[in-house]
Design a protein around this ligand. Structure first.
Ligand code: FES
Ligand SMILES: [Fe+2]
Length: 438
């Protein structure tokens, strides 16, 4: 490694100047991780920290637009000094907390054909590099400093977890599943009952899924009235595996601000980024909240005939039950149609979460039941939306959901995200109590 100085002081050659353009390049200097980028074609090089302060998304996935670095997750924009210039969820007049600014290295300089970074104040200028300098390896974006809620959190033992669709286990059949870093064998007897090995507190079926509780759980069921409502037709998405922990994925499902950015190609209303946060109502085992926003509704049949505009007002009632059960009732206020989405997560391993998604669709009062063709269209749309969410998780690359509010920067639209973190803190404390009592 070529450098001048030691530890985090001194100048580090991080990339050939010719290889740095308007696409952020992840680099390492002094054991720290940064991205270097030109905010204008052929302009000077700027260095930013590796992660966005909001939800810790690696800025190597960001893009340059109008001389700003734009984070791909919620569209926060930063200028060459690292100062935020726009937080879309706040609207034009919003003012985020000072911690929203990026803290880059002390200096970055282009010299002798190389980009040099000095993480801390140092003396002198970057030297002429050795004939073939070897930049330090990028240590990767730093993980949060405080505790995170990961897929092996001990409290998770004391909960019901979905482990398979009921229809995945036929009478007389068996299946191996992963849960909390262990393998479990499920077997369905000829009488239809499901047994599990090794022994667990229990196994049961509910909402079309098989659920497993390794140890005595806190049992606060997620109520879904649409399941017994004859105006609703149900459709399941094929279960999907997300290569990361369940906590950040739950955070995404509860987040109303990522739509215009992560879902720009499907349902995100890219010119409606401001989010007025709804109140959060604490409830046993979780919380609920109601939120209204503008979205595109391409599967509304009236859109194709010109009876209604594509852009529609939607009210969403979010219900969360720890650890990873979410119900989003989306009501389209113009048509009266409603789609309820169930997201139920199986924490398999540290880096693997299985996602079960059920759609319950109603065409609205006085309307006929959704046809199979319409359901197929809805399921196809939600599969694309879910794939976008899972792709954003691949980029995120964090070990779990940060529980210390100081590890991220929160704005008013993040109310549900904060409530999620609090609920998982409460869940952790309750789990510890149960563990001690056992
Ligand atoms: S804007 Fe960067 S993570 Fe939210
Ligand atoms: Fe999403």
């Amino acid at each position: 490694m070529d450098m001048v100085g030691g530890g985090t002081t001194g100048w580090y050659p991080v990339a050939r100047a010719a290889e740095v353009g308007t696409t952020p390049v992840p680099v390492g200097a002094g054991g720290r991780s940064y991205v270097v980028v030109r905010l204008r074609p052929h302009g000077e090089v700027t260095a930013f920290p590796a992660r966005c302060p909001h939800r810790l998304v690696p800025l190597s996935a960001g893009r340059v637009e109008d001389g700003r670095l734009v984070c791909p997750a919620h569209g926060w924009r930063f200028d060459g000094e690292g100062r935020w210039t726009e937080v879309p969820s706040l609207g034009a007049d919003g003012c985020p907390p000072p911690r929203a600014d990026l803290r880059g290295p002390w200096a970055v300089e282009e010299r002798h054909g190389w980009v040099w970074v000095a993480p801390e104040p140092t003396t002198g200028r970057p030297p002429r590099p050795a004939a073939d300098p070897r930049p330090a390896p990028d240590p990767g974006p730093p993980v949060p400093a405080g505790p995170v809620f990961d897929n092996l959190a001990p409290a998770l033992e004391h909960a019901w977890h979905p482990v398979a669709l009921s229809r995945e286990l036929r009478p007389g059949g068996w299946s191996q599943v992963r849960l909390l870093g262990c393998t479990w064998n499920l077997r369905r007897g000829a009488d239809g009952a499901v047994a599990v090995e090794p022994a667990a507190f229990g196994v049961r079926e509910r909402l079309g899924l098989i659920w497993l509780a390794p140890a005595e759980p806190a049992d606060v069921p997620l109520e879904v009235p649409e399941v017994g409502d004859r105006r609703f037709v149900a459709g399941w998405l094929p279960p999907l595996r997300s290569p990361g922990p369940a906590g950040p994925l739950a955070d995404t499902f509860l987040d109303a601000t990522h739509g215009p950015f992560v879902h720009a190609a499907t349902i995100g209303a890219v010119d409606r980024t401001e989010v007025v946060p709804g109140e959060v109502v604490r409830e046993p085992g979780g919380f609920s909240s109601i939120q209204e926003q503008w979205v595109d509704n391409p599967v509304d049949p009236e859109v194709a005939t010109g009876g209604r505009p594509l852009r529609q007002r939607r009210r969403t009632t979010y219900t969360f039950r720890a650890p990873f059960r979410m119900c989003l009732r989306q009501e389209f206020l113009d048509s009266g149609a409603a789609t309820t989405l169930l997201y139920l997560l199986q924490p398999e391993d540290l880096d693997s979460t299985r996602v079960y998604t059920c759609l319950l669709v109603s065409a609205g009062p006085g309307q006929p039941l959704p046809t199979p063709a319409w359901m197929a269209e809805q399921v196809a749309l939600q599969r694309r939306v879910l794939a976008e969410d899972v792709r954003s998780q691949e980029t995120l690359a964090v070990p779990g959901l940060p529980l210390d509010p100081r590890d991220e920067v929160h704005v008013p639209a993040d109310r549900l995200g904060l409530a999620l973190r609090e609920a998982l803190c409460d869940f952790t404390v309750a789990g510890r109590r149960r563990h001690r009592a056992a």
